[in-house]
Design a protein around this ligand. Structure first.
Ligand code: 8YV
Length: 321
């Protein structure tokens, strides 16, 4: 609680840690309660729950039905991140609670990360760095990589992020294929639509996942899709770990049934399958696709703007429900 704020300032519950600058912004305007730091979270909710009007959260921490139901004065859930698969939207709607996210501002950096993985994995960039640092260059040859430019890029989910990935891939002379619920009427000429993920996987060299998470896309990429991608195909995931059946992916990599993978997200973050750690044909990132100073600042600003507008009775900028 901030003693310098008027008692009438809204109370906001933080579910998990957010960027220090963002927390400072929030704490300068709102009475902030930190649920994850509480020795007894149930006691915090008993004491402050009745005054809490907002939840400040992120794609990582979300908001459960249990939490939403425990806050009788809750008006809004304000999330840092575009994905809201960890927020119980049905519960929010039942309780008349508004939900906001931070779309748009992160598209470019997430797309940049997809391209970084598309280059790093087949060109063995990370493996080559390890090779040089280990002092092996003077005595050994480094194996050849696989070309990325000019290949076929298959994008699952041609939303704002998918489109930015496509634009970048096209600049690498890649052919663009995509799948989504229906063909995008405004897709640039030459982008080829595939009716489902399996046919997309079969026709591309790089299967790039840019679909939202949640139950509708859970394990969209399974053993069958990986087999369709085949031994020359690369899987790139900047979407959600849940989109891929991770056990099936490990299995396909171990059996050399796909060429390799570039992964920013995992099914059980921050845990990653130990089997992947030993593989040189995979590049593993700790969910950093939007993680630049510029983008995280823009996400924080958008999230705070949504909170401020809501509590000043103005229209929020980026409402989910
Ligand atoms: C964030 C993300 O890192 O926007 C998203 O959906 O996954 C990332 O940009 C995440 O929301 C923070 O937990």
């Amino acid at each position: 609680m901030n003693p310098y704020l008027p008692a009438s300032a809204p109370h906001v519950l933080m579910v998990g840690p957010l960027l220090p600058d963002l927390v400072a912004d929030l704490a300068s305007r709102y009475h902030v309660h930190r649920l994850w730091e509480a020795a007894d979270p149930a006691a915090l909710l008993r004491e402050h729950g009745p005054s809490i009007r907002g939840i400040a959260t992120s794609g990582r921490f979300g908001a459960t039905r249990e939490l939403i139901s425990a806050l009788p004065a809750l008006e809004g859930i304000f999330s840092f991140g575009v994905g809201y698969d960890t927020i119980d939207l049905a519960a929010a709607q039942e309780h008349g609670v508004v939900v906001t996210n931070t779309p748009g501002v992160l598209d470019a950096c997430v797309a940049d990360t997809a391209l970084a993985l598309m280059l790093a994995a087949p060109r063995r960039v990370v493996e080559a760095d390890r090779f040089v640092r280990a002092g092996r260059w003077p005595n050994e040859g480094f194996p050849l990589g696989t070309r990325m430019s000019g290949k076929r890029c298959g994008i699952a989910g041609l939303g704002n992020i998918g489109l930015q990935i496509a634009r970048r891939a096209a600049a690498f002379d890649m052919e663009i294929l995509y799948t989504s619920r229906k063909p995008r009427a405004d897709a640039p000429a030459g982008y080829r639509y595939c009716p489902d993920i399996k046919s997309l996987a079969a026709e591309c060299d790089f299967l790039v996942l840019a679909v939202p998470g949640g139950s509708a896309t859970r394990h969209l990429v399974n053993a069958e899709v990986l087999d369709a991608l085949g031994p020359q195909g690369w899987l790139i995931n900047i979407a959600r770990g849940t989109v891929v059946d991770e056990a099936a992916l490990v299995n396909a990599l171990q059996g050399k049934r796909i060429a390799g993978a570039g992964l920013d997200v995992f099914e059980h973050e921050p845990e990653t399958p130990a089997a992947l750690h030993a593989m040189d044909n995979v590049v593993l990132l700790p969910h950093i696709a939007s993680g630049t100073h510029e983008t995280r600042r823009a996400m924080a600003d958008l999230m705070v703007a949504n909170l401020d507008r809501w509590f000043q009775n103005e229209k929020v900028l980026t409402r989910v429900v």
